[in-house]
Design a protein around this ligand. Structure first.
Ligand SMILES: Nc1ncnc2c1ncn2[C@@H]1O[C@H](COP(=O)(O)OP(=O)(O)OP(=O)(O)O)[C@@H](O)[C@H]1O
Ligand SMILES: [Mg+2]
Length: 418
């Protein structure tokens, strides 16, 4: 592994436990921008600290899930520490042993969102824990992990990208860091000397709005105002008409509703972008008449008329309508991945990079773009959207989550948050 020179902040996050002015802290929190070098310097520091001070003890590496932990920490760590310590990994049993200077310790892997991890960590005694991406873990898991650190001299190592300013981790650990005798270091991409200007610029273009503030500037900010307010621009994203000679595939995405509106979008995919070319939108409440599943199915057929539809992507909770579509045997149906915030973030990334365009005839999605809002009531710990004017917004999100993954990956290489 070729190291670029470590920045002063990286060095501090690695060696604080050995330096006179910081060694008495019980914990360290590194937060800030994506790719700023937090995970790498802390992981090396955590291993050096634990190996120097302990023998025959247990430690924990925690990630959002075991898979993301292995990908972001465990696998790269073996390269980072090559030639410095001896590591023996038992991937199937989720631990590794490290030997250095006559000491040997064991490091278990836990995923905050993995059900089994929660049970396993309850019984264990630890001398230290590193929580990578701690803001993505359930609070109960983090507190359980901390409660296990009962060995004298144990220390806690946290890192994360910022989230909402109402997030429990921000309130409990960052705002109260001195009360908790915790060293807080704030990272930006300039703290990672291995990133070229070109790479930094590429990351800058990946995010917009609240996600730019969090992932690029590294700030804890509340999501407020219009969801797509800072990114959606009629001059850039709306086209008069669509010439389908370059279209490779067609999809229809559906947000189903009977009392609430039902929205369907017809999308054409070109190599690296998607165009919403037509839509269907029906609001049973304002029209004073609800439609049956069979009537909606007729609307779907009409929208698809003349286009070879690869898949119909639909709201996973629309059980009755899914059955109706399947019964007709004409379309291949896929239930959408319904994770709201990831979907919004990915949609923003695509809009920011002009990978989603809307035909002028799609008036309902254009209307919703100018109305769809974050719910900024302070009582919400997590980002929340107001559940109004969100029907075409939801069908677009289902489409992005289910179909646009490849395109997102292509230009987010190593960059986007998964
Ligand atoms: N001093 C260095 N020399 C060489 N490569 C480095 C150095 N510091 C960081 N890197 C590399 O830069 C990339 C980002 O570092 P790292 O994963 O530690 O950042 P991060 O702050 O944890 O990012 P994220 O918030 O996205 O998880 C990694 O590929 C890492 O190997
Ligand atoms: Mg990281």
């Amino acid at each position: 592994m070729m190291y670029t020179e470590l920045s002063p902040k990286q060095l501090k996050s690695m060696l604080w436990w050995a330096w006179d002015d910081t060694r008495n802290y019980d914990a360290i929190v590194c937060d800030g921008s994506v790719r700023s070098g937090k995970t790498m310097s802390m992981t090396i520091g955590f291993v050096l600290w634990s190996m120097k001070n302990f023998h025959a003890e247990n430690f924990a590496f925690c990630g959002k899930t075991i898979d993301s932990l292995k990908r972001n920490v465990i696998t790269p760590m073996q390269k980072w520490l090559e030639g410095i310590v001896k590591i023996k990994v038992n991937l199937s049993r989720n631990y590794l042993d490290i030997k250095m200077c006559g000491h040997m310790n064991r490091y278990y892997f836990f995923g905050g969102k993995d059900e089994s991890s929660y049970q396993l960590i309850q019984g264990i005694t630890l001398a230290g824990v590193l929580l990578d991406e701690v803001a993505l873990m359930p609070r109960s898991f983090v507190e359980q992990a901390l409660a296990r650190c009962s060995v004298t001299g144990s220390k806690l190592w946290f890192n994360c990208n910022p989230d909402s300013s109402e997030h429990w981790f921000y309130k409990e650990w960052i705002q109260k860091c001195s009360e908790k005798n915790t060293l807080h270091l704030h990272f930006t991409m300039d703290d990672n000397f291995s990133l070229s200007d070109e790479v930094k610029n590429r990351y800058n273009r990946l995010y917009s709005g609240v996600f730019y503030d969090r992932y690029i500037k590294g700030l804890w900010v509340l999501a407020e105002g219009l969801v797509y307010g800072t990114v959606f621009d009629k001059n850039r994203h709306v086209i008069k008409s669509y010439d389908n000679s370059n279209a490779a595939d067609y999809y229809i995405s559906i947000d189903y509703g009977t009392l609430n509106p039902c929205s369907m979008g017809l999308w054409a995919i070109e190599r690296d972008k998607a165009v919403r070319i037509k839509e269907y939108y029906y609001d049973g409440r304002t029209r004073g008449l609800q439609k049956t599943d069979e009537e909606y199915y007729q609307a779907l057929e009409q929208l698809a008329d003349g286009y070879p539809i690869r898949h119909v992507i639909i709201d996973p909770s629309a059980a009755s309508f899914i059955t109706t579509i399947k019964r007709h045997g004409k379309f291949s149906v896929r239930k959408a991945n319904n994770s709201v915030i990831d979907g919004i973030r990915n949609t923003m990334t695509l809009l920011e990079n002009d990978r989603i365009l809307i035909c002028e005839c799609c008036q309902d999605i254009l209307r919703e773009f100018s109305l769809y809002r974050w719910d900024d009531k302070k009582s919400h710990e997590k980002d929340t959207v107001i559940k109004e004017n969100d029907h075409a917004m939801d069908d677009m999100r289902y489409f992005v989550n289910s179909v646009m993954g490849r395109i997102l990956k292509e230009f987010c290489r190593n960059g986007g948050k998964e």
